[in-house]
Ligand binder design. Structure first.
Ligand SMILES: NC(=O)c1ccc[n+]([C@@H]2O[C@H](COP(=O)([O-])OP(=O)(O)OC[C@H]3O[C@@H](n4cnc5c(N)ncnc54)[C@H](OP(=O)(O)O)[C@@H]3O)[C@@H](O)[C@H]2O)c1
Length: 283
């Protein structure tokens, strides 16, 4: 199949392209240099490329992902994350092309106290979550052939992510302070990219959650990363969210349950600790 990928120079998008290679014809696009240029917020450009390339599936990874940046510039967040998804949904619907949209645990408020299923109601607390949810709604309403895949806490040996930030900080500091009262599920971007590639051609449309199995706090995640990378001498002090104030209110508990996959009998996702071990070996 011909698959157009947006955000293909980003952390996840670059891995998605790799996962598709060999089985599909891949058209990588991004606003950044290195791929065919596509600004997903530009309606004309989106319709032009979709009608020219005529893909059978679009995997939409492009987004404004700086959560605090979105809070400071909510119009930009909505232009890229909500209008960008709407542009792609309209263009895909016009040629009967399927779309796979990557969304986030930030669509939830984090107050449930137990893992969120695909059937729980979103209630985003900030501009990033609100703009990504608006993107979900556009995709759902406009493009019948869609998969929406919510994920969380992505990490990889490249790109901007918490795991690399911890290892970089450990290069210069012997003690780190990490928030211990926010709980989520780390997700190895490579595992997610393989999952997204497996959805190409699937007609089991709808909303799915995908993370590695298990959950932890940012503090526990940091400890595991340092241990896996052999940096056991680095101390980590657990702190509260109040001790690490950010412009965006982060969900306290945003574990995503892969409930739809469970019900389909298809949930064999490996643990986040096993993924951290692979990450450390790949560095
Ligand atoms: N990272 C996480 O923990 C996480 C968690 C849940 C969901 N997600 C979702 O997963 C997807 C991939 O995230 P990621 O972490 O791989 O992000 P990323 O590394 O920031 O990649 C996003 C890519 O999209 C590009 N982009 C930004 N604005 C664009 C526009 N208007 N048109 C086209 N491309 C544009 C970015 O370019 P620039 O770098 O030049 O801006 C970047 O290359 C996103 O949809 C994100 O919302 C991420």
């Amino acid at each position: 199949m011909r698959v157009l990928v947006t955000g293909a120079c980003g952390m996840l998008g670059s891995l998605v392209c790799r996962s598709l290679e060999g089985s599909h014809t891949v058209v990588p696009t991004d606003i950044a240099d290195g791929c065919e240029r596509l600004d997903v917020a530009d309606t004309g450009a989106v319709f032009d490329i979709i009608s020219r390339v005529h893909p059978q599936t679009v995997i939409h990874c492009a987004a404004m992902t700086d959560v605090d940046g979105c809070e400071r510039a909510p119009d930009a967040a909505h232009k890229i994350n909500a209008i960008g998804a709407w542009n792609l949904a309209c263009a895909c619907a016009s040629i009967n092309c399927a779309i796979i949209y990557v969304s986030t645990d930030y669509v939830f408020d984090g107050e449930k106290g137990e893992p969120y299923t695909e059937f729980d109601s979103p209630n985003p607390q900030g501009a990033y979550g609100a703009s990504k949810l608006a993107g979900e709604q556009a995709i759902e309403q406009i493009c019948r052939k869609h998969h929406i895949v919510r994920t969380s806490w992505l990490f990889a040996p490249h790109g901007k992510n918490f795991a690399l930030s911890i290892l970089n900080a450990a290069e210069t500091k012997s003690e780190l302070r990490v928030v211990a009262d926010q709980v989520g599920s780390p997700t190895y971007a490579r595992d997610l990219s393989e999952y997204l590639a497996s959805l190409v051609g699937s007609q089991l449309y709808g909303t799915y959650h995908f993370t590695n199995s298990g959950s932890c706090s940012w503090y526990e995640f940091a400890r595991e990363i340092l241990n896996a990378a052999g940096k056991t001498e680095v101390k980590v002090e657990p702190i509260t969210s109040e001790q690490w104030p950010t412009p965006t209110k982060r969900p306290k508990y945003s574990v995503l349950r892969r409930y739809r996959m469970e019900l389909l009998g298809r949930d064999d996702t490996r643990s986040w600790q096993s993924a951290v071990a692979e990450f450390a070996a790949a560095l």
